[in-house]
Design a protein around this ligand. Structure first.
Ligand SMILES: NC(=O)c1ccc[n+]([C@@H]2O[C@H](COP(=O)([O-])OP(=O)(O)OC[C@H]3O[C@@H](n4cnc5c(N)ncnc54)[C@H](O)[C@@H]3O)[C@@H](O)[C@H]2O)c1
Length: 264
């Protein structure tokens, strides 16, 4: 496995060292940026059986402060990855991490209060992939543009692509901060005694997805079906509020390794 990352995320370098300590030579870490150089990216893609494109600017708040930088990484950067796959000899399947933000504020969907939470009045199972796209925030726009490019490269160039529209994903060794990765951030803040800010009135609901690769492998076979390009929601069925997670402890706290302060 080759990991290609520019280590802009605090904690990413520590995680790459951890991966290498555990898996030795089966993991190759390459420091680099998806935006340059194309030739280097094509070289890496040529060695690959599958490309999982997770690199990105991940915080809505940062995207509002710097929409150009956000576009550059998420939209233009994804185009670079697509072009690298298109230019490669083997054209391996590509899985892209999109976001539920592509559905915006769920225009026209009624909510109602159910005890300590809000619920979607007419859609108990949540929105589906057929729900109309409505990009909100620079992050929503840049990820949404990338999402659509990834799907369209299957139509126009015959690439094998899958788009996962993810909600709140969390797991061991995630260095969550207030701006992104809130489940990990709540846990880190609780362990270290940092203050936690709840935005909203506490009844807002999020879908969160615990990521334990051994128990929940990616549905990879999807990516190997020829010209089978599609978006997928990637989520649990359960809807949780912040305090469901934090107060009732539905989830075991992460190991101490996961709450080490980031390395940068
Ligand atoms: N975690 C979630 O809840 C969630 C929800 C929806 C979508 N996503 C998407 O999933 C993907 C992974 O998110 P994550 O939560 O693991 O975040 P993360 O910050 O841990 O992972 C993103 C990685 O991309 C790297 N990176 C950033 N810019 C880069 C560039 N120009 N070139 C190369 N590497 C670069 C960062 O160093 C980091 O390691 C992102 O695309 C994100 O938008 C995540």
């Amino acid at each position: 496995m080759t990991v290609y990352d520019n280590f802009s995320r605090p904690g990413a370098r520590a995680n790459s060292r951890w991966l290498q300590d555990r898996h030795g030579r089966t993991v190759r870490i390459v420091r680099g940026d998806i935006r340059r150089s194309r030739a280097r990216l094509v070289g890496l893609v040529d060695d690959a059986d599958l490309v999982i494109h997770n690199a990105g600017q991940v915080a809505v708040t940062t995207s509002v402060q710097d929409p150009g930088g956000d576009f550059d990484i998420n939209a233009a950067g994804t185009l670079e990855v697509l072009e690298a796959v298109r230019a490669s000899r083997r054209r391996p399947p590509l899985i892209f991490s999109s976001t539920n933000k592509v559905y915006g504020a769920l225009k026209g969907v009624r909510t109602r209060r159910e005890g300590r939470r809000y619920a979607l009045a007419d859609m108990p199972g949540g929105v589906t992939e057929e729900f109309p796209l409505d990009f909100h925030s620079p992050y929503g726009c840049s990820k949404g543009a990338a999402d659509q490019y990834v799907l369209d490269y299957a139509r126009v160039y015959g690439l094998r692509t899958v788009v996962f529209r993810k909600s709140c994903v969390y797991g061991p060794r995630q260095f969550g901060v207030e701006d992104q990765g809130w489940v990990a951030w709540f846990t880190i803040a609780a362990e270290h005694g940092y203050p936690i800010t709840i935005y909203g009135d506490g009844r807002q609901v999020r879908v969160y997805l615990p990521w334990r690769p051994a128990r929940r492998p990616l549905p990879l076979p999807l990516a190997f079906r020829p010209q089978r390009s599609r978006p997928l929601r990637l989520r649990n069925r359960q809807l949780k509020t912040g305090d469901d997670f934090f107060l009732r402890r539905h989830v075991a706290p992460p190991s101490s390794a996961a709450i080490l302060p980031p390395d940068t």
